[in-house]
Design a protein around this ligand. Sequence first.
Ligand SMILES: NC(=O)c1ccc[n+]([C@@H]2O[C@H](COP(=O)([O-])OP(=O)(O)OC[C@H]3O[C@@H](n4cnc5c(N)ncnc54)[C@H](O)[C@@H]3O)[C@@H](O)[C@H]2O)c1
Length: 254
Amino acid sequence: MKVGILGCGAIANIITNFASEGKLGVDLKFFYDRDMERAENLASQVDGTVVLNIDDLLDQVDLIIETASPQAVREIVPQILKRGKDVIIMSVGALIDTDLRKKLEKQAEKNNSNIYIPSGAIVGLDGIKAASIGKIHQVSLITRKPPKSLGISAEKETVLYEGKAKDAVLKFPMNINVAATLSIACGTEVDVKIIADPSVDRNSHEVHMMGDFGELKTTTHNMRCSINPKTSVLAAYSAIKLLKSLNENLKIGT
Ligand SMILES: NC(=O)c1ccc[n+]([C@@H]2O[C@H](COP(=O)([O-])OP(=O)(O)OC[C@H]3O[C@@H](n4cnc5c(N)ncnc54)[C@H](O)[C@@H]3O)[C@@H](O)[C@H]2O)c1
């Protein structure tokens, strides 16, 4: 399977490092970024090719890993699906927009392509998906990050947002990926709290869910990417695992 990357920042760097060690299980060779130097840097690690635009990328690959931005999901993912190619979406926050999500799903169905959403920076999505077979009564997410990871400075613990995930999208487009993933996985509105906390050095996510299945709580304390402290290493690992699993015959988890 030939794979290309759209957006050559922190997550793409980790994926490409892994590919350079021959451990990805797919052929990652094509790189596109609006900042050409970033694409060149990654391409050089795997003897790959920098492409100048999305059409050139689509001519070369079967699957694109979107590691760019919500705007790229809105503007470029429709082009990917239209060409019948598969896509892994990391900027999943864009899909909190139900109209966009439904439009992309319809396009994928029509063109026989697949949209993959990795579990990203949280754990427990397998159980959460299974739990949502029954009725879900309540789901909440508390995201706690060092102020720097939220792009602000704060000297004491500060609640930046409390409310529904959907309403946080304009204020925190880069920090609602987990909330969006959770909402899509369980098909329920998620209550979100975003806290800037100068006493922590990891990005943490606490999920609490109650439903017919019972109750679950998960907590993830994530190491941050050195290139982009807003992003957790686990998010990149989840994309790598998803890519590897495309070629595996034994599937585990829901
Ligand atoms: N699903 C999750 O749990 C999760 C976790 C962390 C980050 N993310 C999201 O994944 C995405 C990538 O994260 P990152 O830390 O690697 O970001 P980053 O800022 O380090 O890198 C993004 C790269 O994409 C490029 N880019 C952005 N928009 C583009 C466009 N329209 N066309 C071409 N290139 C474009 C930028 O120039 C940059 O090089 C972000 O949207 C981020 O919010 C998701």
